[in-house]
Design a protein. Structure first.
Length: 93
């Protein structure tokens, strides 16, 4: 809560009356994501080996990464590192 209070103070969200009622806090449910430890991710060859040259990297990420922007690349990494468990959520995203 202290970090949230610091963020609100830093952004000066309470200083502008137009911000009242514009934001809401919610919980983030981590149970909708599969938890992969480092050994499972390595065994599944999800991400490329950082010590391997990019031209020789054969991983799931290397095969799927056709992203044009850094934001897309980060989102693909997030999807691969934390896959969703619910089929409905997968088809909605």
């Amino acid at each position: 809560m202290a970090s949230l209070s610091s963020l609100i103070t830093y952004l000066d969200l309470l200083g502008d009356e137009r911000n009242f009622g514009q934001f809401q806090l919610g919980t983030f449910d981590l149970d909708v994501y599969m938890r992969l430890d480092a050994s499972a991710a390595k065994a599944l060859n999800i991400m490329p080996d950082p010590y391997e040259p990019p031209s020789q990297a054969m991983s799931l990420f290397s095969l799927l990464n056709k992203c044009k922007t850094p934001q897309g690349t980060r989102l693909l990494q997030q999807f691969l590192k934390q896959p969703l468990l619910d089929m409905g959520e997968i088809s909605n995203n």
